[in-house]
Design a binder for this molecule. Structure first.
Ligand code: DX5
Ligand code: ZN
Length: 217
């Protein structure tokens, strides 16, 4: 059985001890570190920006998976590229010129991701799927950690997987929001390659073991 990429979300970590949280992830079986950037405009919450990403980069030995929940991402992607992002993901709903945004991220030397809110159909990606390294399917409404997983996600993942396979693309499907051991295997079986988990990892008694459990779902 294929094992998913695990990308713990630092949003649920102890912000007063970011270095030790990152060092814990370095020693764990986590593949990536997920960074949730929120602007209080695209989503009703503010988290952190490129300086925090840069501080995490100084300690991180894992791939930095940056999720931009912001309007006008074209103004900031170069800051995140300089801060050490490996993947930069923008929201389709925040990008009227999505194709241009994807090219900009790739021109900066980063992998380009596009995220879809729960109500956004996968069809919006039909003419760009071959250009995208990653699609981030939101399985909660973006803005907050600790929300309940939306069950229609499975069908959406299956539809997206078909689009990727039919198009001969090589795009990673990542799921974000409410991921736990209870839904991880079903998501992977539906076609997910990567799983983001915030609360489930960082609020558990043993985050490193929880990461192993998700990996072996
Ligand atoms: C939500 C963020 C998620 C969040 C996931 O807007 O994009 O990455 O941190 O948190 P959990 O796993 O707690 O739902
Ligand atoms: Zn996220």
């Amino acid at each position: 059985m294929s094992k998913p990429i695990i990308s713990p979300s630092i949003l649920a970590a102890d912000f007063a001890n970011l270095q030790s949280e990152v060092e814990m992830l370095n020693k764990s079986e986590a593949d990536w570190i997920h960074l949730d950037v929120m602007d209080g405009n695209f989503v009703p919450n503010i988290s952190f920006g490129a300086p925090v990403c840069s501080a995490i980069k100084r300690h991180a030995k894992k791939t930095l998976d940056v999720h931009l929940m912001i309007v006008e991402p074209e103004k900031y992607v170069s800051d995140f590229a300089k801060a050490g992002a490996d993947y930069i993901t923008v929201h389709a709903e925040a990008c009227p010129h999505l194709h241009r945004n994807i090219q900009q991220i790739k021109d900066l030397g980063c992998k380009a991701g596009v995220s879809l809110n729960p109500h956004t159909p996968v069809e919006v990606l039909k003419y760009v799927i071959g250009e995208i390294d990653l699609v981030l399917i939101m399985s909660v409404n973006p803005g907050f950690g600790g929300q309940t997983f939306i069950e229609t996600t499975y069908e959406k993942v299956r539809e997206l997987k078909k689009m990727i396979v039919d198009g001969g693309a090589n795009t990673i499907i990542e799921i974000d929001g409410g991921v736990t051991s209870a839904n991880a295997r079903k998501l992977v079986d539906a076609g997910a390659d990567a799983l983001v988990a915030g609360s489930f990892v960082f609020k558990s008694d043993n985050p490193s073991q929880t990461i192993i459990d998700l990996k072996n779902c």
